[in-house]
Design a protein around this ligand. Structure first.
Ligand code: FE2
Length: 494
């Protein structure tokens, strides 16, 4: 039996397939349709998922309860369409016909988040914390998770906070206030926060948060802050204070989780778990931390499938999507890096999650002053935004100060202080931190490349950013890679 999980109807629809003790396939819809943040499931992604099912029988599992979401939308004063009561509403006609006659089993939104985290972790028991913007009604939940004597995952809900009080919605309101796109550009808000100061922190806290311990806000921030909100503060100051308030709120939740649940293992999920600045504080409360590489709603497609699969799966990498055949082009990449300093790679299976981890990446030599501007020019993005380093895991402590209880950062989920930012200005942010990716001895293509790069240059790291044309989804197949090459005149090797 195989289990197809689907999450759709928000800004990043996805499909996963689980069976044989592993995740067989997991991918984002947008990378097939080429529609950035596609909420729909197309026939193309589903066809590829069904290839992994083969001739086996399969079930379809959906990541939330549409009728509960419908009720919440009514409560929020929205006008949801009656047709959205069926999860099939977010499938194209072609996709629907591929699943003709199949029943869609539905699961709780936050429980799907919890399962995607716990059942991909190495833990036998864990404290699970989910913080997101909005799903059905829950916005924060805390769970005790463990496997029973038959290795079946069991979840006990210990706490929940409900809409409209939402840490995720709060941060989206901050994002909107600083002139960025809510539900999409929160990661840019995070980068901008390094340029602000705390002059308006107390005023913003008093204006927006009614009771920090109870996670009560002064207003419903679903549609943003009121007009003329703190106009005397600059965007950078709002981003800085907004980030600091978010961290205070996340700390409050973690403290509560620590009190409610015995386990020192933390599984953190929901969109807020993508905030790699806040994540540096998690080790204050927990000895071991696991954040699935795709902790937002797209990752919940995997959670929905896992809820019915019921057991733990082996999860060793985020390379779970479309495959570009051929060996990882190590020597070719080294040659271009040595001559041109910048090169693209599209090889093997695509990453499941928002970060390029080496299979759909634009790579560059991180040394030297001009690299940041050159890569920024190619990517056509804001000059203040830093790039991330990818480093041989055994060298990470020589170059970065990892936060407490973060022994590695294999999915680029936390920031660390760069020890020599002046030597590596392209990968160090304004505040001297880097969103580091560590690569263990796992035989992956990016590992082999870094080993060879280190051998030839003595530098164990590269700059790594996603391979995508501005405003478009990440490169998926070779055709997309060719388009990238043509648009930016940068070699992309497969
Ligand atoms: Fe969510």
């Amino acid at each position: 039996m195989k289990y197809i999980g689907i999450s759709a109807g928000f800004h990043d629809a996805a499909v996963s397939v689980v069976g044989n003790n592993s995740v067989l396939f997991a991918a984002h819809s947008e990378r097939y349709s080429n529609i950035k943040q596609d909420p729909m499931i197309s026939a193309a992604i589903l066809k590829e998922a069904l290839d992994y099912v083969g001739d086996d029988d399969f079930e379809v599992h959906y990541y939330e309860r549409p009728w509960l979401k419908f009720l919440r939308q009514l409560y929020a004063g929205e006008k949801p369409k009656l047709a959205s009561l069926s999860p099939k509403y977010y499938l194209s006609e072609g996709a629907q016909s591929l699943l003709k006659g199949k029943k869609f089993h539905t699961h709780s939104h936050h429980l799907s988040h919890a399962a995607s985290g716990f059942q991909t972790s190495k833990f036998k028991e864990a404290t699970v914390v989910i913080i997101d913007a909005i799903g059905e009604f829950d916005t924060v939940t805390i769970w005790e998770a463990r496997y029973d004597n038959n290795n079946i995952a069991r979840y006990k809900k210990l706490y929940s906070k409900k809409y409209p009080n939402s840490i995720g919605l709060y941060y989206s309101a901050v994002t909107q206030r600083v002139g960025l796109k809510p539900n999409e550009e929160e990661y840019i808000t995070m980068g901008m926060s390094a340029y602000g100061d705390n002059k308006f922190y107390t005023e913003m806290l008093l204006n927006t948060v009614a009771d920090i311990n109870e996670l009560q806000f002064k207003d419903n921030y679903h549609i943003g802050f009121p007009e003329n909100f703190m106009t005397s503060a600059s965007n950078e100051q709002i981003a800085h204070s907004g980030q600091a308030i978010l961290e205070k709120l996340v700390n409050t939740v973690m403290l509560r989780a620590r009190r409610l649940c015995k386990s020192h293992n933390l599984v953190f999920g929901g969109g807020v778990a993508l905030n790699c600045l806040a994540n540096r504080l998690l080790g204050k409360y927990f000895d071991n931390i696991w954040i699935m590489p795709n902790p937002g709603d797209a990752g919940s497609s995997l959670g929905a499938a896992l809820l019915e699969y019921k057991e733990k799966v082996e999860f060793s990498s985020a390379f779970l999507g479309t495959k570009i055949d051929g060996e990882y082009p190590v020597q070719g990449l080294i040659d271009v890096l040595l001559s041109d300093k910048i090169v693209g790679v599209a090889s093997g299976k695509a990453e499941f999650g928002p970060r390029a981890l080496g299979n759909r990446s634009l790579l560059a030599d991180p040394r030297g002053k001009d690299i940041k501007n050159k890569v920024n020019e190619i990517k056509r993005r804001q000059k203040f935004r830093p790039f991330a380093p990818v480093i041989l895991e055994e060298h990470v402590h020589n170059y970065f100060m990892m936060p407490l209880n973060w022994h590695n950062s294999r999915y680029m989920q936390v920031v660390a202080k760069c020890k020599n930012p002046e030597r590596f200005p392209a990968i160090a942010h304004h505040d001297g931190t880097s969103r580091v990716q560590t690569v263990p001895k796992d035989g992956s293509g990016i590992r082999l490349l870094l080993e060879e790069w280190y051998k030839q240059t003595g530098c164990p790291m590269l700059l790594n950013t996603s391979l995508n044309i501005r405003g478009a989804p990440m490169v998926n197949n070779r055709d997309d890679a060719d388009r990238f090459e043509l648009t930016y005149n940068v070699k992309v090797l497969s």
